[in-house]
Design a protein around this ligand. Structure first.
Ligand code: ATP
Ligand code: MG
Ligand code: MG
Length: 558
C-alpha cells in the first residue's frame, strides 16, 4: 500500500521532503523490546512506521530494543518477527539489535566523558532522588559532578571491567540540575548490572539506559523520523541533547528527530506487556496466543486477518491526544473483511433432531448452496440432505410468542436451500424434554423449483444427521467486564475485572461435511451464528475445534 496516509506525521514528512531535509530520505524504525508478545497497540506503531516508509519511498528497520538484559528472551524475538511479517510488512535485510551497538554506545559514552559531558557518580539511588529535586524545586549538583576527565575515564573503564558492585556507581550525563525538565537533570546513562544478556551473554556488566541507547541507536541506523508514544515527549530534549553532543561520524546525512503520537487504548482490554504477561503466568488465559488476548498472535489464532488489523489501524488514525478506542470498531473491521470473503456454511451449535416422515428412508439429495452471495464467482457447493436433519434447539418453540418466525407445532419454515417443512408432532422423554420433532416436507418447494416461490417467514440452517460431523466450538466474550479494566480501584487491580465468562466451550456442535477439510487459513460464516475458523492449535482432523472470530451482530456506532 503506497497511498499517502493522512496524519500529522505524514505532514511533517511532506514538509521535510520539500525542504530536502536529511537529504530527502525517510527512514523509520519499529523498535520493540523483546520482553513479551506484540499486541494490537504495537500493530498501530508497525502500520505507522512501515506505512510511512512505504508511502514515501523510504525504509523501515526492525530493531530489537534489547538493552535491558533481565527481561528479554529469544522466544519473544521470534514471535515479533513472525507477527510483523504476518501483518504484511518487510524489513528486508534491516533487522537490528540494539545490543549489537553496545561497544559503539560505550565509545559514545567515553566521548561524552572526554568532552566533560558525563561523569561517574557514586550517589545511591535514594540520594540521587533527593538531589534531583522536584518539579517545583531545582536539583542540587552531585558531589561527584566535578570529577576530572581522567578519573571518570578510569572509573567508567573499571565499571566495565566488573570492579564495582551493582548499584554502587552510574554514569550520568552532565546537563543541568536546575532544568525545568527532570529528564535533563544529569540523567543516568549507564548502570552496573551483573546480568546475563540473551545475545551478548556475560560480556557486559554495565548496560546503557533506554534514554541513552535509543536516540543513539536511531543515529547509528540513520533514522530520520523516530516515532514514539506520548509518554516520551518529556524525553525529547534529552534525545536532542544526545544526538547533538555525540559525534557519530557514521551519520550519512542529517540527524534523527523524535515525534510523539498517542498510544492505542482499546476498551474492555489491557494493553501493557507487563499485564498481559501476568494473565499468561497466572493462567487466566492459556497463553500469549489465547484467542481472547489482544496480542497479534491471539488475534491471529482467533481468526483475525492481517487486512482487518491494517484497516483498523488506518481507521483509528494517528493523533496527538490519547483516547479510548471502542473495541466494537476492531470487530467491525473483521466483520467487513469476512463478510466479503468468508464461505457460508451450516453448523448447528445445539442440535435438535427432526425427522421428515414423508421423505424416503434411504434417499440422499445433494442440494446446491451458494458459497458466498457477497462474492461473485464463489460458486455453489452440494450439501447432502436426507430424512433426518438437525436444526438449532433455539429455532423451535413449543409455545411461541407472536413474532416467533421459526419452527413451532403446526407451523412452517424453510430449510435453507432445501424445502418448506411443517412441524407435525413433538416427541419428549419422560422428563418432558423435547428429544425429536416429527415433520413433513413439501416436495414441490425445493429451492429452484416453481413451488419454492411460496412464502414462509423463517429460514433455518440445518445439517443432515447422516452426514454431519461433530465439532467443538469456542465462543469468546471480552476478557474484562470493565470498559477500562486498568482504572484500578482501591485495594484491587485489573485482575479483579477479569470476566469469568469470557469462554464458552460447546462440544455438541454438528457441522456440514465440507468443514471436515477446513484448513487454518479458511474463514467461514456459520449461517446465522457468526464468523468462525479452525483453532490452529487444538483442532485435529477427527476432532475439529472452531473459534468464533466474531458474532454477526455489529454494535459499532459510526
Ligand atoms: P508495553 O507497555 O505494552 O510494554 P512498550 O512501549 O513498552 O509497550 P515496546 O516494545 O517498547 O513496548 O514498544 C515498541 C513500539 O511500539 C514503541 O515504539 C512503542 O511506542 C509502540 N507501542 C507500544 N504500545 C503501543 C500502543 N498501545 N499504541 C501504539 N504504539 C505502541
Ligand atoms: Mg518500551
Ligand atoms: Mg513496557
Amino acid at each position: 500500500n503506497t497511498e499517502i496516509p493522512v496524519n500529522f506525521i505524514q505532514n511533517i514528512i511532506t514538509e521535510d521532503l520539500k525542504a530536502a531535509k536529511n537529504n530527502s530520505r525517510v527512514h523509520t524504525r519499529f523498535p520493540p523490546e523483546p520482553n513479551g508478545y506484540l499486541h494490537i497497540g504495537h500493530a498501530k506503531s508497525i502500520c505507522l512506521n512501515f506505512g510511512l516508509a512505504n508511502a514515501n519511498g523510504g525504509l523501515c528497520n526492525l530493531r530489537m530494543d534489547d538493552t535491558n538484559p533481565s527481561k528479554e528472551e529469544e522466544e519473544f524475538v521470534e514471535s515479533i518477527k513472525t507477527d510483523v511479517k504476518w501483518l504484511g510488512y518487510d524489513w528486508e535485510d534491516r533487522m537490528y539489535f540494539a545490543s549489537d551497538y553496545f561497544e559503539k554506545l560505550y565509545q559514545y559514552a567515553v566521548q561524552l566523558i572526554q568532552a566533560g559531558k558525563a561523569y561517574v557518580c557514586d550517589l545511591s539511588a535514594e540520594q540521587m532522588r533527593e538531589y534531583r529535586g522536584t518539579l517545583t524545586e531545582p536539583g542540587k549538583n552531585s558531589p561527584y559532578r566535578d570529577r576530572s576527565v581522567e578519573e571518570n575515564l578510569d572509573l567508567f573503564n573499571r565499571m566495565r571491567a566488573g570492579e564495582f558492585a551493582s548499584g554502587t556507581k552510574v554514569l550520568r550525563a552532565k546537563i543541568d540540575m536546575t532544568s525545568g525538565n527532570l529528564n535533563m537533570r544529569d540523567p543516568v546513562i549507564y548502570r552496573i548490572m551483573f546480568a546475563h544478556h540473551h545475545r551478548t551473554g556475560d560480556a557486559w556488566c554495565i548496560y546503557p539506559m533506554y534514554d541513552f541507547a535509543h536516540p543513539l541507536s536511531d543515529a547509528i541506523e540513520n533514522i530520520t523520523h523516530s516515532i514514539c508514544t506520548l509518554e516520551f515527549a518529556d524525553h525529547r530534549p534529552l534525545y536532542d541533547w544526545l544526538v547533538e553532543n555525540v559525534d557519530y561520524s557514521d551519520m550519512a546525512d542529517g540527524r534523527p528527530h523524535q515525534y510523539e503520537f498517542a498510544r492505542l487504548n482499546l476498551s474492555y482490554t489491557v494493553m501493557s506487556k507487563r499485564k498481559l504477561k501476568l494473565l499468561v503466568e497466572e493462567n487466566h488465559v492459556t497463553g500469549w496466543d489465547d484467542p481472547r488476548m489482544p496480542t497479534i498472535s491471539g488475534l491471529r489464532r482467533r481468526g483475525y486477518t492481517p487486512e482487518s488489523i491494517r484497516d483498523f489501524c488506518e481507521r483509528i488514525g494517528v493523533a496527538k491526544a490519547s483516547s479510548l478506542v471502542d473495541k466494537a470498531l476492531l470487530e467491525h473491521c473483521i466483520r467487513e473483511d469476512l463478510n466479503a470473503r468468508a464461505t457460508r456454511a451450516m453448523a448447528v451449535v445445539k442440535p435438535l433432531k427432526l425427522v421428515l416422515e414423508n421423505y424416503p428412508e434411504d434417499q440422499v439429495e445433494f442440494l446446491p448452496i451458494e458459497n458466498n452471495p457477497e462474492q461473485e464467482g464463489s460458486g455453489m457447493r452440494n450439501v447432502p440432505f436426507s430424512r433426518e436433519i438437525y436444526i438449532e434447539q433455539d429455532d423451535f418453540m413449543e409455545d411461541p410468542p407472536n413474532k416467533f418466525f421459526r419452527l413451532a407445532p403446526g407451523k412452517e419454515v424453510r430449510l435453507k436451500g432445501a424445502y418448506i417443512i411443517k412441524c407435525e408432532e413433538v416427541i419428549k422423554d419422560e422428563n418432558g424434554n423435547i428429544t425429536e420433532l416429527r415433520c413433513t416436507y413439501d416436495p414441490e418447494t425445493r429451492s429452484g423449483l416453481p413451488g419454492s416461490a411460496r412464502k414462509v417467514k423463517g429460514v433455518l440452517h440445518w445439517v443432515s444427521v447422516l452426514h454431519g460431523i461433530q465439532a467443538e466450538v469456542r465462543l469468546y466474550e471480552d476478557l474484562f467486564t470493565k470498559e477500562q479494566p486498568d482504572m484500578e480501584e482501591e485495594g484491587s487491580d485489573f485482575r479483579a475485572n477479569i470476566n469469568p465468562d469470557s469462554l464458552a466451550i460447546i462440544q455438541s456442535c454438528i457441522v456440514e461435511p465440507i468443514l471436515a477439510t477446513a484448513t487454518k487459513d479458511d474463514r467461514f460464516q456459520f449461517m446465522r451464528q457468526g464468523y468462525f475458523c479452525i483453532d490452529s492449535v487444538d483442532s485435529k482432523p477427527h476432532q475439529l475445534v472452531f473459534n468464533r472470530i466474531v458474532s454477526l451482530k455489529d454494535s459499532y456506532v459510526k
